[in-house]
Design a protein around this ligand. Sequence first.
Ligand code: AMP
Length: 330
Amino acid sequence: MKHYILFGPPGAGKGTHAGAIAAKYNLKHVSTGELLRNEIAEGTELGKMAKSLIEAGNLVPDYVVEGMIEHLFLTTKGVAGFLLDGFPRTLRQAEDLDRILAERGEKVNAVISIMISDKTIHARLKHRATIEGRADDANEDTINNRIETYHRQTEPLITYYKGAGKYLEAPGEDGVEAVREHLFDLFNGLDSTYTKQQVVIDDALYRKLEEEARDTPRLRMNYDLRNGENDGSQRMLNVWLPGSKLVVHRHQNTNETILVLKGRMDVILYNDDGHETERYHMGGDSGIHGINVTKGCWHTVEALDMTITFTAKSGAWATNAPEDILEVKD
Ligand code: AMP
């Protein structure tokens, strides 16, 4: 699981952008502020305790938000990771988060910060009060206290995460579209940061990828080996779990090289009528280690074990056009 922190003062736009980022990267968006507001709305004990603190612009105790976060880490399935919004907010929370993740063999992958001035925070919260009616945006004293609380308790996290080499920042004063573009640039860059360092393809990497593939609903995942987002080639490791379904498809402009590095899979070829013509059992002790599927040839794969392949194609990746997907006949 990946763990990204969307950081910034109140009113920076974390809530505005979190949904789109989470959807694009298959992350679970967790806003501790939102969770607390739900508790208040439902009138729970926790909500009753948090209400007066929130309405005064103070933070709720660390253990309260940490409890909520830990619960979500334990119960959330089917995502590539978490996008934490509004957490951590104190050094203690940041240290506890590191500990909680370390116990799970995970870590904070990156902190992406949206930065705005105090003047903009003030103006945005006042404006938001007229739209969303949040009690903690309405009152001048509360706004000032939240700004002060941010500087005193939350801002020191910037130094903490800079020290860990995990801090990235987008200017947040521009329009929504410009800020979003900047954030996507930062996230896209992160996705390919591993390609900027040496990647040793060893058992430890296999284990990490296998774990990630198990957590995905598609039962497969790929690990990009390109230079970056704008690299127009396709070079990747793929992890396939038995049961993962890949449509029968073709690539009209490129051969596809598939090498089985670990596990066993069938590569199946079809004619234009949708009938299976050849099936190559690859990996294990089959004596077949890979295949170069010729351009235009209909094909799919079926994993027999947890299987890891290396795949290379020419040109940039694109979704299969409808005419490049074949309906199969038995
Ligand atoms: P937000 O929606 O993130 O602006 O959060 C609204 C309020 O919820 C904050 O002003 C705090 O009172 C409380 N809150 C949210 N997240 C945290 C946190 N990580 N630690 C402590 N209090 C929090």
